[in-house]
Design a protein around this ligand. Structure first.
Ligand code: DC
Length: 227
């Protein structure tokens, strides 16, 4: 581990495990930067569909991942705003279909490779909380604290249902559960950087835990490690 680099706390886990809300809460409490790496994949998926790229055209998708300029604007108590090539992407970027598109392009090795440096650039002082699938395993393997969140697929579907309903989307619990199971299978089954806990990650099952309880648990862990 290089002592010169700013500290990183990684929070990985499957869709609906509460990663986004918890990572943001931890980042706010520590006063650190926040990387929503899923939004980066969602942004590339959006740029690719705006360019009408075929989802099996790996070279074009890798170029798109390299060239798409993504900027985040943090907001208190909400997902960051995402600007894709200068335009604010709107709430659509958080839909299940945008997540499924992101998951599909995220299985392409050259797309992932194109995003590695972009993600590492978020490592700035005083520190970074990085939320994703491979933050602790691939992007920041030297992170001082690594957390892997889990929760039952049913609990995760219910959380997504509440979140999306709050944002005004028409969704059903049964469809969300089916989508979550399919997305889990793709994210854990892919050959490159599959979703899995780093060997040195601390597993937290968030089923039945409140957001505050999980945030406090992660902060206690960070403090025990000297953060
Ligand atoms: O966290 P999210 O639901 O916004 O992520 C959308 C998809 O992007 C997810 O299903 C898989 C992919 N992803 C990834 O492969 N690696 C990451 N670090 C983050 C997201």
């Amino acid at each position: 581990m290089s002592p010169a680099l700013p500290p990183v706390l990684t929070i990985d886990g499957p869709t609906g495990s509460g990663k986004g809300t918890i990572s943001r809460g931890v980042a706010e409490r520590l006063g650190w930067h926040f990387l929503d790496s899923g939004a980066l994949y969602r942004a590339v998926g959006l740029a690719a569909s705006l360019e009408d790229l075929a989802f099996d055209d790996q070279d074009a998708l890798a170029r798109c991942a390299l060239e798409t300029v993504v900027r985040f604007e943090d907001r208190p108590n909400d997902d960051p705003l995402v600007f894709v090539n200068g335009a604010e992407a709107g709430a659509e970027i958080r839909t299940e279909s945008a997540g499924a598109a992101a998951s599909a392009i995220a299985a392409i090795p050259s797309v992932r490779a194109a995003l590695v440096e972009k993600q590492r650039q978020f490592r700035q002082l005083p520190g970074l909380v990085a939320d994703g699938r491979d933050m602790g395993t691939v992007i920041f393997p030297d992170a001082g604290v690594k957390v892997f969140l889990t929760a039952s697929a049913e609990a995760r579907a219910e959380r997504r249902y509440k979140q999306l309903k709050q944002k005004g989307f028409e969704v059903t619990l049964a469809t969300l559960l089916r989508d979550i199971v399919a997305r889990d299978a793709r994210d854990t089954g892919r050959a490159v950087a599959p979703l899995r806990p780093a060997d040195d990650a601390v597993l937290i099952d968030t089923t039945g835990m409140s957001i505050d309880e999980v945030v406090n648990k992660v902060l206690a862990l960070a403090s025990a490690r000297g953060t």
